[in-house]
Design a protein around this ligand. Structure first.
Ligand SMILES: [Ca+2]
Length: 188
């Protein structure tokens, strides 16, 4: 195969890539664990999706002493083989906020081969109800990374796995609250 032919194949693949659902939260087993800032523990559960949406959604909730953020991570390895040649494209997620939610941003997090965690965030539109957010996944511009000492080099070492999700709050001392997350997908 010539290099021109290879290039044509890559272009074709890029132009036809469809969104891949990475979690619809329909599995009966909950493979996520809640965390949170300053030792305030977030909680996760699988619940019937509110407000007329079908199926099961992930509920992420936090106590009223929560500050800055609430997050959760997968307990098992979730390969992201669509990014085996590099992280690019976008992630999408459906989010439901209640009337009093003070969520500012939603983040998706990927973990690289050296356990360094990278996140990309998007502002969450205000207002009650379901909305889909689109998070550009620019490998050169993550919204922060962290990990084990000596492993944080700001370089995404392939392959990556799905690490989890996070929300940040609009107030530094946010009241107790919850967000529902459904049908997370990625597209290159
Ligand atoms: Ca790294």
């Amino acid at each position: 195969m010539t290099s021109v032919h290879l290039l044509a194949c890559h272009l074709f693949a890029a132009s036809t890539a469809a969104a891949v659902t990475i979690d619809d939260f329909e599995a009966s087993r909950l493979g996520l664990r809640g965390h949170g800032a300053d030792g305030m523990k977030s909680e996760v559960s699988l619940v019937s999706a509110p407000d007329g949406r079908k199926g099961t959604a992930l509920r992420l909730s936090w106590p009223n002493r929560q500050v800055i953020y609430a997050d959760c991570s997968y307990l098992s390895q979730v390969p992201m083989t669509m990014f085996d040649a590099g992280v690019a494209g976008e992630a999408r997620a459906w989010l439901y906020l209640g009337p009093d939610a003070q969520v500012e941003q939603f983040a998706i997090r990927l973990r690289d081969a050296n356990e360094e965690v990278f996140q990309w965030r998007v502002k969450v539109p205000r207002g009650q109800g379901w909305r889909e957010v689109v998070i550009p996944l620019n490998a050169a511009k993550p919204d922060g990374s962290w990990g084990p000492s000596g492993k944080v080099d700001k370089v995404i070492d392939l392959p990556v796995r799905l690490h989890g999700y996070a929300v940040t709050f609009s107030a530094t001392d946010s009241p107790a609250g919850e967000i529902f997350i459904d049908d997370v997908s990625v597209a290159k």
